[in-house]
Each structure stands twice: as structure tokens, then as C-alpha cells.
Ligand binder design. Structure first.
Ligand SMILES: Cc1cc2nc3c(=O)[nH]c(=O)nc-3n(C[C@H](O)[C@H](O)[C@H](O)COP(=O)(O)OP(=O)(O)OC[C@H]3O[C@@H](n4cnc5c(N)ncnc54)[C@H](O)[C@@H]3O)c2cc1C
Length: 304
């Protein structure tokens, strides 16, 4: 069956490079690309319905902070989620915050601090969107999104529904959504429940977390931690002990500052180099310690 013509949505692009939408600044083109800016997501829903009906693959990218896109790019429809609203649904009576999925996590954290709402301080330097954090259970400094999430609204072929943390089966950098292989869902928004505290105290904790990151993590284009920490250990420690700090393939390098961060040093870098470096590091750690590191990042597109 031939695919129907796309719905009349302004701004649907064809064959559009994705590198600028990813934190590693890597990746080839999307067949179709749509940048969502309206938090009502009417256009996104129309495009999703069209793609799902035609069996076209769909990829959703928030901040692109946890994905490695292949040089050949992504087939089908890719949605970049930039739609931002953050509000207090009951005018500030309770500690609830409602955010669209395209809102930046850092912006959400600042919004909470300004209103004397605590619980998101861990996220002050974590790039990406609310949607990506809900899917990945992003976390840092001993906390994570699961700790403050009240519910998340998702769009599927069958319609919209709210999911509670229990429905999402949260664990370390894991949710039931992340595991879904059909990828036929779109996180629309998320509601958080936070605790009251003095804005100055919240700011102090944010400053501490920011400073800790500045001292321990490299600046520049990267995807944060490449591998998940194995139980009872740290991926960065294992990579460093295996003598791999500074190892590079093309412009992709194991950061000399933090061994679980791989930085993209060049304008002409290729995703295939980054991917080869991941494989090299994984097999070297396996050889040295008998531990197979699991990817924290997600690879998208085709790989050799
Ligand atoms: C410098 C740096 C530091 C980092 N530090 C941390 C850290 O301390 N802790 C941590 O947990 N992570 C960290 N990360 C990784 C990253 O910030 C998180 O994984 C973040 O939650 C990714 O959000 P995103 O919007 O960029 O998601 P993306 O990378 O764009 O997408 C991630 C996944 O979520 C899906 N997705 C995104 N939005 C939606 C949506 N609306 N609907 C459906 N699916 C969606 C995507 O399809 C993909 O499967 C770091 C990354 C960098 C670059």
C-alpha cells in the first residue's frame, strides 16, 4: 500500500541533517523532519497518525542528549520536540508543576527554584527535555525524575492517557517506555509534585551540583555517560583502569577528564568513529575485567 500524502502541516522538511539536533553534533539526515514548537501538539499528532497508519518508522528527539545517530541518518519521520510550557496548574496552591515534554529540564529546575519548590536540584546541569527524562528516568546526585514525577501524559494510536510512576516501572536509567520496541508513543507532558523550601537553600544545592559537574565533567560535544554503571562499580573507573583515557578514533575521544564521557573533537567527525570507539572500549574493558558494559545512550539508524 502506497503511503498517503503527509497532512498539511507547515514546516515538514525532507532529507534534513540531524547533527545540529544532537548533543554529540553527529548524525546524517532524517527522511522527514518536523520541529514541534506548539505545546498543544496538534501537528505532531496529525503527523504521528499519518506515519503510524502508513507503517512509517517514527523517531522522537528531545534534546538529543542521549542518542547517537548514524551517518546514514534515520528513515521515516523524525520529530524534534522544542515545544515549551511550564506552569503551576493550581496557581501555586500546591507543589505541583505541569510541563510540556519539550521543555528543557534545566529550565524546569530554575522555574521550581524561583517558586521555592525543591526536588529537581539534581537536574540543574542535565541537558535534554522533560520527555527524554521521563523515558530514560534521568537522574544525578542521588536522585532522579521518578522521585518527583506524579504522572505523564502520552499519545498513542489508541488515544491519550496518563501514566503513573508505577505504570512506568522506573529503575536506574530505565522505564517501561524506554524498553518499548514499537516506539509508537509520544510523551506530551508531565506533572511533578515538589516540596516547599527556601529559594536560597534550593539555589545553594543547585550551585553545588553545578560546580561538581564543572570540576568533574568535560565541556564540549558529548553524550554524557556512554555506559551505565555496572552493579557496585563505575563504568568510568573501569575504563580508566583499563588505560583507555585519551584513546581516540578519528575525532571521537575518551575524555581525559572523565573516562565514561566520549567527546567529539572535530567539525568533520563521523558517528561511525564514535561507534567504533564505543566498541573498542567495551571489548577492552571486557578483556581486562570480564565485565560487559551496557550502553546508557541509545543508537539510532543503521550501523555496520
Ligand atoms: C553533558 C551531558 C551530561 C549528562 N548528564 C546526565 C546525567 O547526569 N544523568 C542522566 O540521567 N543523563 C545525563 N545525560 C544524558 C541526557 O541528558 C539524559 O538522558 C536526558 O534525559 C536525555 O533527554 P533528551 O530530551 O535529550 O532525550 P533524547 O536524547 O532526545 O532521547 C532519549 C530517548 O527518549 C525518547 N524521547 C525523548 N522525548 C520523547 C517524547 N516526548 N516522547 C517519546 N519519546 C521521547 C527518544 O526517542 C529516545 O529514545 C547527559 C548528557 C550530556 C550530553
Amino acid at each position: 500500500m502506497a503511503l498517503a500524502a503527509p497532512p498539511p502541516v507547515a514546516g515538514l522538511l525532507c532529507d534534513e541533517p540531524l547533527a545540529r539536533f544532537t548533543a554529540a553534533r553527529l548524525g546524517g539526515p532524517a527522511d522527514y523532519l518536523y520541529i514541534a514548537k506548539d505545546p498543544a501538539y496538534a501537528d505532531v499528532k496529525a503527523l504521528l497518525d499519518w506515519a503510524w497508519r502508513g507503517q512509517m518508522p517514527v523517531t522522537v528527539i528531545g534534546g538529543g542528549a542521549n542518542i547517537l545517530v548514524s551517518d546514514a541518518g534515520i528513515r521515516g519521520l523524525t520529530i524534534i520536540n522544542r515545544a515549551t510550557t511550564i506552569e503551576q496548574p493550581d496557581g501555586g496552591e500546591s507543589g505541583r508543576i505541569l510541563a510540556s515534554s519539550g521543555a528543557s529540564l534545566i529550565r524546569l529546575t530554575r522555574f521550581c527554584q524561583e517558586r521555592g519548590l525543591a526536588g529537581m536540584e539534581w537536574a540543574i546541569a542535565v541537558p535534554g527535555t522533560v520527555g527524554g527524562a521521563v523515558v530514560n528516568n534521568a537522574g544525578a546526585h542521588g536522585s532522579d525524575i521518578a522521585a518527583s514525577l506524579r504522572r505523564a501524559r502520552i499519545y498513542e494510536a489508541a488515544g491519550e492517557r496518563w501514566l503513573r510512576p508505577d505504570d512506568l516501572a522506573y529503575a536506574y536509567r530505565y522505564s517501561r517506555l524506554k524498553q518499548r520496541t514499537d516506539r509508537r508513543f509520544f510523551v506530551l507532558s508531565a506533572e511533578f509534585e515538589l516540596q516547599r523550601d527556601e529559594p536560597a537553600s534550593i539555589q545553594k544545592r543547585m550551585n553545588y551540583n553545578n560546580e561538581y559537574r564543572r570540576l568533574t565533567q568535560p565541556p564540549g560535544a558529548s553524550l554524557g555517560s556512554i555506559f551505565m554503571n555496572p552493579p557496585g562499580d563505575y563504568a568510568g573507573r573501569l575504563i580508566e583502569e583499563a588505560g583507555l583515557k585519551g584513546l581516540s578514533v578519528g575525532a571521537a575521544q575518551v575524555s581525559p577528564i572523565h573516562a565514561n564521557f566520549f567527546v567529539n573533537l572535530g567539525d568533520d567527525a563521523r558517528a561511525s568513529d564514535y561507534f567504533r570507539l564505543i566498541r573498542l572500549v567495551r571489548s577492552a574493558v571486557e578483556k581486562a575485567f570480564g565485565i560487559t558494559l551496557q550502553l546508557e545512550i541509545q543508537t539510532l539508524g543503521e550501523w555496520e
